[in-house]
Design a protein around this ligand. Sequence first.
Ligand code: HEC
Length: 99
Amino acid sequence: MLFLFSSAASVTYADNSLYQAKCASCHSGDGTGNKKLGMLTGGDLSRLDLTKTDTSKKTDDELKNIVLNGKNKMPSFKGKLSEEEITRLVKFLRALQKK
Ligand code: HEC
């Protein structure tokens, strides 16, 4: 019970705002991907879905590296987000993946 409470509380309103401001345009508010942006992934919308098993199985470090360095049409956020912000975003993705 205490654990459940503390893991829910570890994602804050500020983390959500950061995600909505920087990531939701392509990945949608709930992380499942903006269905209008299939052209970014050659029509494969699942690659924009950050809640899929393939993404949830990746380690925190792997996800942080993708955000830092980009991947195909995923832009690099190097110099745009701090290390601390990227860590918070990965934590936020974990919360979306649990829904
Ligand atoms: C301009 C659109 C765009 C924005 C903005 C964007 N992404 Fe992405 N992202 C993509 C695309 C496209 C891919 C798929 C890359 C591929 O596999 O070809 C992707 C892939 C990813 C992946 C890799 C998923 C996997 O399993 O390989 C992660 C993690 C990710 N994005 C996180 C983020 C986060 C966090 C943000 C906000 C800081 C963000 N993205 C902002 C377009 C975007």
